[in-house]
Design a binder for this molecule. Structure first.
Ligand code: HEC
Length: 107
């Protein structure tokens, strides 16, 4: 029983250690705001909006740029300077934005 408790508490501790840090993501996002907008909504027609995207998608895109699977002269350079932890923090930050979608009413 004691071993079982120890086994599960290790998972809980590991879970906390892996949790993304929103405030770290906010700080890191300053360097992204030039192109992606301070609110994650881009005013630059070349840069996509990041606000409200799924954290999994954001994380995968950044990892792909870092690995060279996805290439863009700006993003490849930026992502290669980010650690995995920073990528998770940034993904958590932008995915926490709430966006509203309005379906146009047509008859
Ligand atoms: C110099 C401008 C610039 C800066 C600074 C910048 N980006 Fe980008 N970002 C772009 C452009 C342009 C694209 C579209 C590239 C493409 O077509 O693959 C992009 C694409 C992305 C994508 C993929 C989005 C999608 O819809 O697939 C993510 C995620 C992203 N950027 C995150 C970031 C983060 C996080 C930062 C800050 C650490 C950052 N970017 C900084 C210009 C920038």
């Amino acid at each position: 029983m004691k071993q079982l408790v120890l086994f599960f508490s290790m998972f809980v501790i590991a879970g906390f250690a892996a949790a993304a840090d929103l405030s770290a993501g906010k700080k890191l996002s300053i360097q992204c705001s030039v192109c992606h907008g301070k609110d994650g909504v881009s005013r630059n027609p070349e840069a996509p909006n990041l606000a409200g995207m799924s954290s999994l998608y954001l994380e995968k895109s950044l990892v792909d740029y870092r690995k060279g699977i996805r290439q863009d002269r700006r993003m490849s350079l930026i992502a290669s300077a980010l650690s995995m932890e920073q990528i998770k923090d940034l993904a958590a930050w932008y995915s926490a934005f709430e966006i509203s979608v309005k379906v146009p009413e047509i008859d």
